[in-house]
Design a protein around this ligand. Structure first.
Ligand code: THU
Length: 185
């Protein structure tokens, strides 16, 4: 897990995956450069439009019931970014989260290989944390990619899907050896 702030940078290494040790020479975590490059891509690809993509996405949030705006920006392996917002419904349980909107948009256009997803909300004192359903939805496309939990001031926490959803159930589990249950369906 890595915690950072755009103006007063603070990084903490030691994520459970063990890939994020502290580099003593630079004082930076191993993941910092990739973090920054993801972030820079998510952040500046449309900098002429003046805002972070995920934060822009919150502006499209359709949340008349919760009044809780969420935006997401999903970075694919080839640098394409898909945004998403939460879309609620008068039948409350049909609402969809911002992360799942972004991932579904990407998958429906042929993308399944993701580098990172950044999530934004209007919470000023807490990093927006993805719900359990969204963690599982992310995990479908791998456990080893990055999730940025952000605040409106630009500070963020970086975690992997694995850190957010340890000991997860995924596509491979369906292919594992099972006891013979022939004729029991
Ligand atoms: N929400 C998201 O879009 N993403 C999350 O990770 C947390 C929650 C949305 C769902 C609902 O529209 C609103 O926030 C309040 O739960």
């Amino acid at each position: 897990m890595t915690v950072s702030h755009t103006s007063n940078t603070e990084h903490r290494g030691g994520g459970k995956s063990g890939k994020r040790g502290l580099d003593v020479r630079s004082g930076k975590t191993n993941s910092q450069s990739s973090l920054l490059s993801h972030r820079e891509t998510l952040h500046t690809q449309h900098s002429n439009m003046g805002d972070q993509k995920m934060r822009q996405a919150t502006k499209f949030a359709y949340c008349p019931y919760s009044k809780f705006r969420v935006g997401a920006a999903l970075l694919t392996h080839d640098g394409t970014i898909f945004t998403g917002c939460n879309v609620e419904n008068a039948c409350f349980n049909l609402g969809i989260c911002a992360e799942r909107t972004a991932i579904s948009k990407a998958v429906s256009e042929g993308y399944r290989d993701f580098k990172a997803i950044a999530i934004a909300s209007d919470l000023c004192e807490h990093f927006i944390s993805p719900c359990g359903g969204c963690r599982q939805f992310m995990r479908e496309f791998g456990a080893n990619w990055d999730v940025y939990l952000t605040k409106p001031d630009g500070s963020f926490v970086e975690m992997t899907v694995e850190e957010l959803l340890p000991a997860s159930f995924g596509p491979d589990d369906l292919r594992m050896k099972k006891v013979n249950i022939r004729n029991e369906f």
